[in-house]
Design a protein around this ligand. Structure first.
Ligand code: HEM
Length: 295
């Protein structure tokens, strides 16, 4: 279901943006709503998914979850949200449902596709895999654990992967007051859709921006973070899940590199960008071989 939601997300956003600049009286007219559905078929599909499938499912789930709520001992985030409904009248099942949709949409295919792009880059570069493997072996403790800050090359690879393959781009933002930026005037209420890729693939910001060159973030073999890599957005409404995403991707990658050599099947084609995924930069399906290392 998340995949279907993601496929239709941009169409939904476009229709919502159009609605925000349409007079209220027009929106209330049935023929106008039908026209909107016809102009934005992805909006219709998204509405059907959200209201006919996701919402009934999540509402019954919330209802069941509420039965086990112990106000002294929260089991999870949903318990916390359910508890808020008692003290904050603006929060109800609808808010909880859409909070969960945001987390589903924001936190699933983003992490998974970041990992898929990384695996492709690694499969293309056996010597990079060896360098990473050696680094991890060197910093690994006797118990097999390691600290991210000791892994300079892997940190650089993760950052370069997010720079080259920004799986998500900026969400729509609205101007809070009239502003002028570099000669362009924006009125209060107008929409902005920033392009993170245009920052990260800009030759003024990165030399050879279209090449995957993780060593660009190493100085004397030490990892140096570059804030121009803004794959989680910029400003106050940037990604709330970035810490979990970075940590999860890092440790997944480290464990894979430590345990496997990643290879393409013989004669396999380099996967192209999956154009069906309108709102996430995803590669088309591909197959890799994971050859177990004898550590
Ligand atoms: C590699 C993984 C991820 C990437 C590249 C990514 C990227 C982004 C980007 C670019 C935005 C838009 C920021 C803006 O408009 O300025 C965003 C927003 C958001 N992300 Fe992520 N994200 C990732 C993982 C996650 C995870 C794991 C979660 C949840 C657990 C999550 C939840 C959200 C939410 C809820 C928003 C909307 C925030 C708001 O409107 O204030 N994301 N993300």
């Amino acid at each position: 279901m998340t995949k279907d939601l993601l496929r239709n997300l941009m169409g939904y956003v476009q229709a919502k943006m159009t609605a925000s600049i349409t007079p209220r009286w027009l929106i209330r007219l049935v023929w106008f709503r039908r026209l909107k559905m016809w102009i934005f078929p992805k909006y219709r599909e998204m509405c059907e998914l959200l209201y006919l499938k996701f919402q009934p499912y999540i509402f019954s789930y919330i209802k069941d979850h509420k039965k086990g709520l112990d106000e002294e001992n929260f089991r999870d985030y949903m318990d916390f949200l359910l508890d808020l409904t008692r003290t904050d009248s603006s929060i109800g099942f609808h808010t909880i449902g859409f909070t969960l949709v945001s987390l589903y949409i924001g936190g699933t295919d983003t992490i998974a596709n970041t990992m898929r792009w990384l695996l492709i880059q690694l499969a293309l570069r056996p010597s990079l895999q060896e360098r990473l493997y050696n680094e991890l072996q060197t910093v690994k403790s006797e118990k097999g654990s390691f600290d991210q800050k000791d892994c300079h090359l892997l940190s650089s690879v993760m950052l370069e992967n997010r720079r080259c393959f920004p799986v998500a781009d900026s969400l729509p933002h609205q101007v809070a007051e009239d502003v002028e930026i570099e000669g362009y005037r924006f009125k209060k209420g107008e929409f902005f859709l920033g392009s993170l890729a245009s920052i990260m693939r800009n030759p003024e910001n990165f030399e050879n921006p279209d090449e995957f060159l993780p060593d660009r973030f190493l100085e004397n073999k030490e990892f140096v973070h570059d804030y121009k890599v803004c794959s989680f957005g910029v400003g106050k409404r940037n990604c709330i899940g970035q810490q979990i995403a970075k940590t999860e991707n890092f440790y997944f990658a480290a464990e894979i590199i430590l345990n496997f050599k990643i290879q393409f099947e013989e004669g396999a084609q380099l996967p192209k960008i999956d154009k069906n995924m309108s709102s996430v930069l995803a590669p088309e399906p591909f197959k890799l071989k994971f050859v177990h290392r004898d550590n």
